[in-house]
Design a protein around this ligand. Structure first.
Ligand SMILES: CC(C)(COP(=O)(O)OP(=O)(O)OC[C@H]1O[C@@H](n2cnc3c(N)ncnc32)[C@H](O)[C@@H]1OP(=O)(O)O)[C@@H](O)C(=O)NCCC(=O)NCCS
Length: 163
């Protein structure tokens, strides 16, 4: 995807009309605020987000309303030639359960097919039952556990997309 590849998508009956595009350095401050709002003390720092927005092997996508407000984001990283690691996904609380998370994920899965990925996987905190249910709904299966994966000592469940 290039910086100019944006698509207007109506995400179902109740979903807002959002434009999906690659994140830019000028989005970083909004992304930092969103991270804090969604992930609290686990939020990524501005320096990490800025690095990921500019790294060639990573794609940070944002869902933007007409007002300019970013209401969702996703991130994947290519590891090696073909390993597709989903690194982040979030939708602002007031826009959840309206199809935006699914659209962000479907766009990433489409990119994984375009890139010929041999594996698509992610980690999710074992206590994040909502996200685990969401990923399961979208076809991911739980394939492993990384003990004490997160800074607070909590475990990560590894989930793979069978393709
Ligand atoms: C997980 C998240 C991205 C889902 O986004 P969303 O826009 O609400 O998801 P969608 O509306 O596209 O839902 C897609 C499907 O998942 C289901 N789903 C969504 N949230 C769910 C939940 N909390 N529990 C169970 N199922 C859920 C929906 O019902 C929908 O299924 P359907 O199409 O059969 O109705 C969002 O809840 C979020 O940002 N959570 C906080 C951040 C987070 O935990 N991110 C993951 C970190 S690894």
């Amino acid at each position: 995807m290039t910086q100019t590849d944006s698509t207007k998508v109506g995400a179902g009956i109740a979903a807002p009309l959002a434009v999906f595009r690659l994140a830019k350095v000028s989005d970083v401050s909004q992304l930092v605020a969103l991270e804090k709002q969604i992930f609290g003390s686990d939020a990524w720092r501005a320096s990490s987000i800025r690095r990921l927005v500019t790294r060639p092997e990573a794609e940070y996508t944002v869902a933007v309303l007409d007002s300019g407000e970013i209401v969702g984001f996703s991130l994947f990283l290519l590891e090696g030639e073909t390993c597709f690691h989903i690194g982040n996904l979030g939708v602002v609380e007031e826009q959840r359960k309206r199809g935006l998370g699914r659209l962000l994920m479907e766009r990433m899965l489409e990119r994984s097919r375009q890139l010929g990925a041999s594996r698509v996987y992610l980690e999710v905190a074992s206590h994040n039952h909502a996200a685990r249910a969401f990923y399961t709904k979208l076809g991911f299966t739980e394939t492993g556990l990384s003990p004490a994966y997160y800074q607070d000592g909590s475990d990560a469940v590894i989930m793979d997309y069978p393709g």
